[in-house]
Design a protein around this ligand. Structure first.
Ligand code: SF4
Length: 326
């Protein structure tokens, strides 16, 4: 279970009748509003991992597109482990935060080398994989293996923080450990594969940042409902910093230039790479520094002749031992 839950914070009491009502009402709502995402019913731990990683810091409308492209290119853990890093990064494309693709790639290779070619079922072993945090681990466990594991994403934080703790903006007000512990307490045994997505979808469609309490089936049991009804409002969560002009934007342009270079070409000189991605002297100086981060994270590498390539020099097909041929 999640690390946060292990601190056992004090939780508000929930009477058994209230708990039963919340569970049955939310599952009934989900039965009517379920979104048919393929990873939710595939019972495939690999598909669940791909979807959960794609969903990090990404809107669900884009997750479907990333997931479909990825699964078409790498339909199995074996296929992903056999791919080279440059290919993996080209398929990830403009999905953002390309370290997520690196994490998936490294996780696949570790599964080949240490777990007999499959994702492990043991929670600690799942959490030890690169790029896998409590949310992704819970999604792998519940959708992939059918195990009871409570997932916590931003939507679930909002629903549980309001419903059980009465906070209006739980992302700012409710302790993450308390949310994680309450998520486990609320989840009905044997229902994680329905319960987790029910909470996620409910947070996306009903208990939204400006909640639709008048249409909410959980309203009679919600601690925050009287506060919203009295006219209180949820303070907005602090917005992300501007993208334009940020290092993240510049790193995106560096990645684009590396992706656009043909795979069998001898790479780009640093000069050519900077010319294609940075504007002006200051930005070029900044881009030069950011290339070090690219190399450290396995996103790009410079050969002995100084030419830059997409991916990581040591992550090529021949490094994967014991794999059947493609
Ligand atoms: S009553 Fe309002 S605040 Fe409470 S769970 Fe429903 S939508 Fe969210």
């Amino acid at each position: 279970m999640s690390r946060a839950a292990s601190v056992s914070p004090a939780l508000p009491e929930i009477a058994p009748a209230r708990l039963r009502a919340v569970r049955s009402r939310l599952l009934a709502w989900y039965a009517e509003h379920e979104q048919p995402f393929p990873w939710r019913t595939a019972r495939d731990p690999y598909a669940a991992m791909v979807a959960a990683v794609a969903a990090q810091q990404t809107q669900m409308s884009r997750v479907l597109e990333i997931y479909a492209r990825w699964m078409a290119a790498f339909p199995t853990l074996h296929a992903l482990a056999r791919a080279d890093r440059a290919e993996v990064l080209r398929v990830w494309g403009r999905a953002g935060y390309p370290r997520r693709a690196v994490g998936l790639h490294e996780a696949a290779r570790i599964c080949m080398e240490q777990h007999g070619g499959a994702l492990p079922r043991d929670p600690a072993a799942i959490m030890a994989l690169p790029g896998v945090g409590p949310f992704t681990a819970a999604i792998i466990r519940c959708f992939g293996f059918g195990d009871d594991a409570a997932a916590v994403d931003t939507n679930i934080v909002r629903v549980i923080g309001r419903l059980a703790f009465g906070d209006l903006q739980p992302a700012r007000e409710t302790s993450p450990a308390a949310i994680a512990a309450m998520a486990e307490r609320l989840m009905p045994a044997g229902e994680a594969a329905h319960w987790n997505p029910a909470l996620m979808d409910f947070g996306a469609r009903v208990c939204t940042p400006r909640p639709r309490c008048e249409a909410c089936p959980l309203a009679p049991y919600c601690v925050a409902r009287p506060r919203f009804a009295a006219g209180e409002v949820a303070e907005p969560v602090r917005a992300q910093g501007a993208f334009a002009g940020s290092d993240r934007e510049l790193r995106g342009r560096l990645m684009q230039a590396l992706r656009d270079a043909p795979g069998d070409a001898p790479g780009l000189t640093q000069e050519a790479l900077l010319r294609r991605s940075a504007r002006g002297r200051d930005e070029r100086a900044r881009a030069r520094r950011l290339l070090d981060a690219h190399a450290a994270e396995g996103l790009g590498w410079a050969a002995e002749d100084g030419r830059w390539h997409l991916g990581a020099a040591r992550v090529v097909r021949r490094d994967v031992q014991g794999l059947p041929p493609s």
